[in-house]
Design a protein around this ligand. Structure first.
Ligand code: FAD
Ligand code: NAI
Length: 470
């Protein structure tokens, strides 16, 4: 007999597993289909979680090497990379097992295998052993995520020419790491290997790092990364990598100015290709099912995650919007609520963005460039961590908080933080903005002393030109 469900979710990354749990909470009979052997998707298996484990461990190593001495702690750390990798794997295991437990607890049925949509209401699942079973569902949610963008002529072997997946698995510290792309992956994983001893050169096509982030913040960040020994070649492109087939010899990487010009060749032991990600829809049977894509191969959806085929929805990296785990999760909750007859909604104006380097970079809302382009008049309040008591006492004074507020209404439109714990500090800005709060609201909120968060309050005071400590 064909198994039948209210909802089948294809893919159990942060979008898919959260959607399945929320739908089950709302009383739907739910199944998930996952082709990887574990739940959690890119994020838990080869993305957010393993990268944060290595960022944390490499930061601790770097601190022990460079910061402990000043605190009167004599430490001469010795790197045990296999153990650090085991630490990372343990964190991944705990997380993916946690998701399996949650799905079971919520009585979500798992099918491990590759899902293909036969038509609205039918999903065929092919198990790793090759048997195919067809399932029925009133609704289908596609949450198949994204894959690495490849560069023509540069083949990724995940050993010496790697994507983020291979860069998380290196068995030894490369002497020279060349990173293509000064985006989030390039800077996070470049930081990991730099801290562990690699010479890191980042080649970026544009004339700035981190397109999309407030320019002033990106510039300040690049200066700090420079100080950490990460070298940049901006407005440049890699046109070829030769030598991966010859073990033991360095790779030759050809670099050209983005606008064209003389080719320069540099050596590298490992090349990391980090030029973005593309939606993953291979083998899903979308054309046959009548699910339309846009020009960037993202699944087209309306404001309620409905695709062009009735009863088929899509969320997460496979649709438009920032490719972030928390965006996928919020969409998972919203689409489950919509399918259950409620009014699910995601506020795309308040999706934080965090880069987990040292210092961290975090932002929410509009950048100055975006406000200028939209013709919105704004006031700026800035506060440097050099003027924050806690930051001074623990020598974490790099960076600043910048708040952009509507000139007419004082409503906060964007918050940008570069500094220690920026990823945690941004949360209060998200809550404020979700409630449509003003800089004045933030400035009048009591913040504990001594905390780094006082800098957020002071930046809000600075919008009204009345910061106390600067
Ligand atoms: P995914 O997590 O990609 O999950 C999709 C799942 O669908 C996969 O498990 C896949 O196996 C499965 N699947 C695909 N096709 C089929 C099929 N036909 N049948 C069955 N199953 C299928 N985001 C953050 O917010 N914070 C971070 O710190 C962060 N760090 C990252 C670090 C790295 C190195 C990378 C690569 C990404 C990082 N991201 C981070 C991005 C984040 O991982 C993604 O935005 C997030 O995983 C998207 O969730 P998703 O559910 O849409 O898709
Ligand atoms: P990205 O989009 O962040 O950055 C790619 C960079 O590569 C850009 O600066 C782009 O200009 C540059 N580029 C593109 N083509 C190039 C070329 N031919 N030569 C040189 N440079 C080129 O993409 P990235 O870093 O690969 O990450 C993919 C996505 O994964 C991110 O956009 C983000 O959504 C997600 N992610 C999020 C993290 C977080 O939230 N902390 C961490 C890691 C990934």
């Amino acid at each position: 007999m064909t198994a039948s469900y209210d909802l089948i979710v294809i893919g159990t990354g942060p979008g898919g597993y959260v959607c399945a749990i929320r739908a089950a909470q709302l009383g739907l009979k739910v199944a998930v289909v996952e082709k990887r052997g574990t739940h959690g998707g890119t994020c838990l298996n080869v993305g957010c979680i393993p990268s944060k484990a290595l960022l944390h461990a490499s930061h601790a190593y770097d601190e022990a090497k460079h910061a402990f001495g000043a605190m009167g702690i004599d430490a001469s750390p010795v790197l045990d990379l296999p153990k650090m990798q085991a630490f990372k794997r343990e964190g991944v295991k705990g997380n993916v097992e946690g998701v399996a437990y949650l799905l079971k607890k919520n009585k979500v049925q798992t099918y491990f295998g590759t899902g293909r949509i036969v038509k609205s209401g039918q999903v065929a699942v092919t198990s790793p052993g090759g048997e195919t079973e067809t399932l029925e569902a009133k609704s289908i949610v596609i949450a198949t995520g994204s894959d690495v963008t490849r560069l023509p002529g540069i083949e990724i072997d995940e050993k010496r020419v790697v994507s983020s997946t291979g860069a998380l698995e290196l068995a030894s510290v490369p002497r020279k790491l060349l990173v293509i792309g000064a985006g989030v992956i390039g800077l996070e994983l470049g930081s990991v290997w730099r801290r562990l001893g690699a010479d890191v050169l980042v080649v970026e096509y544009l004339d700035r790092i981190l397109p999309g982030i407030d320019k002033e913040v990106a510039r300040a960040f690049q200066r700090l990364l420079d100080k950490q020994g990460i070298a940049f070649r901006l407005a440049s492109k890699v046109t070829g990598v030769t030598g991966p087939e010859t073990p033991g010899k360095p790779l030759s990487v050809q670099i050209e100015p983005a606008a064209g010009g003389a080719t320069e060749t540099v050596e590298a032991d490992v090349v990391l290709v980090a030029v973005g990600r593309v939606p993953y829809t291979d083998g899903l049977g979308l054309a046959e099912a009548g699910v339309a894509l846009d020009a960037k191969k993202r699944i087209l959806t309306d404001g309620h995650f409905q695709t062009s085929a009735s009863g088929i929805f899509a969320i997460g990296d496979v649709i438009a919007g920032p490719m972030l785990a928390h965006k996928a999760e919020d969409e998972g909750v919203a689409v489950a609520e919509i399918i259950a007859g409620q009014a699910g909604h995601v506020n795309y104006d308040v999706i934080p963005n965090v880069i987990y380097t040292s210092p961290e970079v975090a932002s929410v809302g509009k950048s100055e460039e975006e406000l200028k382009a939209a013709g919105i008049a704004y006031n700026v309040g800035k506060f440097p961590f050099t003027a924050n008591g806690r930051a001074k006492s623990i020598r974490m004074t790099d960076g600043f908080v910048k708040i952009l507020a509507d000139a007419a209404t004082d409503r906060v439109l964007g918050v940008h933080i570069i500094g220690a714990n920026a990823g945690e500090l941004i949360a209060e800005a998200c809550v404020l903005m979700e409630f449509g709060g003003s800089a004045e609201d933030l400035a009048r909120t009591c913040h504990a002393h001594p905390t780094l968060s006082e800098s957020v309050k002071e930046a809000a005071l600075a919008v009204g030109k009345r910061a106390i400590h600067f």
